[in-house]
Write a protein that binds this ligand. Structure first.
Ligand code: ATP
Length: 909
């Protein structure tokens, strides 16, 4: 338990400065020493970990499973019959199974916890006057935090400065409309929803900016008091696992019916006595239950999710893993996801024509040219003023460490700082000459940013930068080379935009406006009109090479990629062409989209892959339109306003680096590196996990089918002895099958995994193909093991025990060969890769060979399991059976491939 106990304080009722005083803090924040001291005193700003099931409860919950109940009944029946060894072994199996389930569930949970920790929230604080990004759990009472739209409030905060602040407090108040916040104090008895001067931990900033002082951390926050809602335990499950659970129940019923059927046949027609018959029915039931399957499926899923995390895709909600494999459309943002987000200004347009700028990246080295001739930026007043606006209407920081120039903040702004430095300007000096009084931050919705400055003579200026079309609406005049203002020539500027954008450059316009000397606050109305346009810049942002490859892979995997960007249509088209999205000629803009009704959008959406000048609300319409056409949509996003679309998409994908907390909260997956290629890797992994789950089922169920079938056939044929006894069956199910099946959880992707169309999400896991394959392989395993058993019985030198050894070893060796077959569901396994692609296969086989040796030859094991030794001829026959099983399945695969594949493209059976 941690945090300050501040129950006695009604922070909302205190004036902000009084609260600040009480908390012994200052507007510029605490010093690092004070933070350390307070951290010791109040503890970290975190809530106690959600209550987990106790170890004992987790252990016991493993027993709560129909299949285990059936085993317990089998134990009672064998005990009743006096077959104590069988009873002991069955109970042993129940205990081992419970342990394995318990350990694996624990491991899977740990893996997922580790992944969740990768998403720990951050907070922006002021300490000693410096702005710092820190882990939210290091906040202490008295810390000054900065809140911006998109943030999750990191602690309870008394606000002392607010600008258009709106906070979504639904989690505390149930109120779905975001509450407006100010700095005012309210009466002591005001309910939470009315406490205008407070921002509460865990709520979401949907608009505006603010500063506040932390009044409570950890359990002393409002949310800490209602901790109950955080203590739910999230079960490790997905629709597929739930379906399998359901399948387990149906299977159990079927097994019971089958056992009853064989019991009746044995008693009425074959003349077995009651004890023999009961034992046979128990064997049949035990044989048919896939004891190890649930554990294998859970571990396959957990391992897959871990692999995804290593490839920078962090899954927040497990069902997304399966949905990823079915995705048919990926809608991606452009900047930073498809492009590198390393921006450089290369073109400038002023009223006097175009200027080219040299240099790459953020390094401020480069010259200016007009018509091929170098110009000196120091003497060009218009150029200098344009650069000044770019430099001062700017919240980012450019810094140099070891010859590398990096930017903190928005790359578009970084490009403008570099540009100003190339023009020989000094940021400190400019900031000194034109100190900033106020600002309107950039938002994708209004597409501009504005700042208010005063020079030393008291003259006021508004500096504005933003999307050119937007600024053209706000400007009335343009600045000429000689410094005078003349009326705006819109047509000229439109042409400039066309020219810059058609080269794939991002366009941005810069403008200014004189302001009254006494004005210290800037409002929207101040800059809506009367601006003077200084010029425009063209910024390049090269595509990511790995995104080009990713898009190519998507296309061959039957997935459409749509690019959604705030950029100009021409820029978007040109970049889309480089990336391989769209045909280079079609793009739909946000304003065109707004004029369409839903039906028209649905009609057009298939033809268009590029959506330009679009804002977050358009994303929601696009997702809906795509979904209504039956698509499974993955959508990326980073801003607050992207949240509805992210939530609505089948797989919402938030950006880990530049994404807001709100967008992460709304998403099922977070990209640690903001890179489009990671989405493609996640889709591939999602398909692989699904394949591996399928392979585990395809591997384990025929083992059960083979054994149950062998017993059933033996009963139907009225054989004198059963080919396999219950304890032997349990050995096969629990030891060899599980050891071998675990290999499949580590299986790498199949060769054609990204060459086939997406999986239909409605498709049942046990498709007719899978049922066929399970029945087919079961049948050959029945034939293999029964023929070995019969051969043993016919062989005068062999005991019944040895004949059973032969049957079981036939089955296990058959499984070993089948393991290589099943690694490729319909692809041929006649390839070196099928044998070398997964090193765990050989380790597992080594383990199984040693275990089978002990099972067959080690006297105590012989005693326990009722087995006998085998000679070389028997082994040769067994190996031959294994090879035969492998070959028969390969022939079956060949037949399927002829039906389903065209070249490299195979439909999923
Ligand atoms: P994405 O492709 O990821 O959706 P984007 O960067 O293309 O994002 P926005 O960020 O919405 O889209 O930018 C849209 C336009 O707004 C840009 O083309 C540019 O003209 C302008 N712009 C971008 N960043 C800023 C900024 N920091 N200040 C002012 N204007 C900006």
């Amino acid at each position: 338990m941690s945090g300050r106990t501040s129950d006695t304080m009604n922070w909302h009722a205190l004036e902000a400065d009084v609260a600040m005083e009480q908390l012994k803090s200052r507007p510029e924040g605490l010093t690092p020493e004070e933070v350390q001291e307070r951290l010791k005193e109040y503890g970290p700003n975190s809530l106690p970990a959600p209550l987990k099931k106790s170890a004992l409860m987790r252990f016991l919950s493993q027993l709560h499973n129909v299949l285990i109940y059936l085993l317990l009944v089998a134990a009672v029946v064998t005990a009743f019959l006096g077959e104590w060894v069988d009873t002991g072994v069955i109970l042993g199996v129940v205990i081992i199974n419970t342990f394995i389930g318990f350990i694996q569930e624990g491991k899977a949970e740990k893996a997922l916890d580790a992944i969740r920790n990768m998403l720990s929230p951050q907070a922006l604080v002021l300490r000693d006057g410096k702005q710092l990004q820190v882990a939210a759990d290091t906040l202490v009472p008295g810390d000054v935090v900065i809140l911006q739209s998109g943030d999750k409030v990191p602690a309870d905060v008394r606000i002392f400065r607010a600008r258009d602040l709106r906070i979504d407090e639904a989690m505390l108040t149930g109120e779905s409309v975001p509450a407006e916040k100010y700095t005012t104090a309210v009466p002591e008895d005001a309910p939470i929803g009315d406490r205008k001067g407070m921002a509460y931990s865990g709520t979401l900033v949907t608009y505006g900016q603010a500063r506040g002082v932390v009044s409570g951390t950890g359990v002393a926050t409002e949310i800490g008091r209602i901790n109950a809602m955080l203590t739910e335990v999230e079960a490790i499950t997905t629709p597929l696992l739930r379906k399998m659970d359901h399948f387990g129940r149906i299977l159990t019923m079927a097994i019971l019916l089958l056992a009853a059927f064989s019991f009746t046949i044995g008693l009425l027609f074959q003349g077995y006595n009651l004890v023999e018959n009961l034992l046979a029915a128990v064997s049949l039931a035990v044989a048919a239950i896939p004891e190890g399957l649930p554990a294998i499926m859970t571990i396959t899923l957990a391992l897959g999710v871990q692999r995804m995390a290593r490839r920078n895709s962090i899954i927040r909600q497990l069902p997304a893993v399966e949905t990823l494999g079915s995705v048919t459309v990926i809608c991606s943002d452009k900047t930073g996801t498809l492009t590198r987000n390393e921006m450089t200004v290369t073109t400038i347009a002023t009223a006097d024509g175009l200027i080219e700028v040299d240099g790459v990246g953020y390094q401020p080295v480069g010259n200016f040219h007009r018509n091929g001739e170098r110009i000196e930026a120091d003497t060009d007043t218009l150029l200098r003023h344009l650069c000044r606006v770019g430099l001062l209407c700017n919240d980012s920081v450019l810094s140099q460490s070891e010859n590398e120039w990096t930017i903190q903040g928005d790359p578009t702004e970084g490009a403008l700082i570099t540009l100003a430095l190339k023009a020989g300007m000094d940021r400190r000096q400019e900031q000194g000459k034109y100190p900033r009084d106020d600002s309107i931050p950039f938002e994708s919705d209004h597409r501009f940013m504005a700042t208010l400055h005063h020079d030393h003579n008291g003259k006021g200026f508004a500096f504005v930068k933003g999307a050119p079309e937007r600024l053209l609406e706000m400007c009335e005049q343009q600045r000429t080379q000689d410094g005078s203002n003349v009326s705006l020539e819109k047509a000229y500027w439109q042409e400039c935009i066309q020219q810059i954008a058609s080269q794939g450059q991002r366009t941005l316009a810069l403008a200014c406006k004189p302001m009254p000397a006494q004005q210290t606050e800037l409002s929207f109305d101040d800059v809506q009109s009367g601006l003077v346009l200084l010029g425009m810049v063209g910024i390049i942002d090269p595509p990511r090479t790995e995104a080009i490859e990713g898009i190519r892979q998507c296309l061959s995997a039957g997935i459409r990629v749509k690019m959604i960007t705030g950029d100009h249509a021409l820029t978007a088209r040109a970049i889309g062409k480089e990336l391989g999205i769209g045909d280079g000629t079609t793009a739909l803009t946000g304003s065109e989209l707004e004029t369409m009704d839903d039906e028209e959008l649905m009609r057009r959406i298939d033809e268009v892959d590029i959506f330009a000048r679009s804002s977050p609300e358009h994303k929601l319409r696009l997702v809906k339109a795509l979904q209504s056409q039956g698509n499974i949509v993955a959508m990326t996003g980073d801003g607050v306003n992207d949240a509805p679309a992210l939530k609505r998409a089948d797989v919402g994908v938030a950006m880990g680096i530049k994404g807001t907390e709100v967008s992460k909260e709304a998403s099922k997956m977070v990209l640690a590196d903001d890179n489009f290629a990671s989405i493609v890797a996640a889709v591939k992994e999602g398909r692989t996990i699904y394949d591996n789950l399928k392979k585990a089922i395809l591997f384990i169920l025929p083992t059960n089918g083979g054994q149950a079938g062998a017993i059933l056939v033996a009963i139907l044929l009225g054989m004198a002895a059963m080919p396999i006894t219950p304890v032997q069956i349990l050995w096969v199910n629990m030891v060899t099958a599980v050891t071998l099946a675990l290999v499949l959880a580590f299986d790498p992707s199949e060769r054609n995994v990204m060459n086939r169309p997406p999986r239909d999400p409605g498709e049942p896991i046990l498709s007719p193909f899978l049922i066929w394959r399970i029945a087919f392989v079961s049948l050959i395993l029945v034939i293999g093991s029964l023929s070995m058993f019969q051969w043993g019985l016919d062989n005068k030198h062999m005991s019944l025990e040895s004949a059973r050894s032969a049957a079981i070893n036939g089955l296990v060796v058959g499984q070993i060969f089948y393991l290589f077959s099943v690694r490729r569901i319909i692809d041929t396994s006649f390839s070196p890769l099928a044998f070398t692609g997964n090193i765990y296969a050989w380790i597992a086989i080594g383990v199984v060979i040693v275990l089978q040796g002990l099972f067959t030859y080690f006297p105590p094991m012989q005693q326990l399991f009722g087995t006998g030794p085998l000679d070389l001829t028997a082994w040769l026959r067994i190996i031959w059976i294994g090879v035969a099983i492998f070959l028969v399945v390969e022939v079956e695969k060949f037949v399927w491939r002829r039906r389903l594949c065209r070249g490299d493209q195979c439909e999923q059976p």
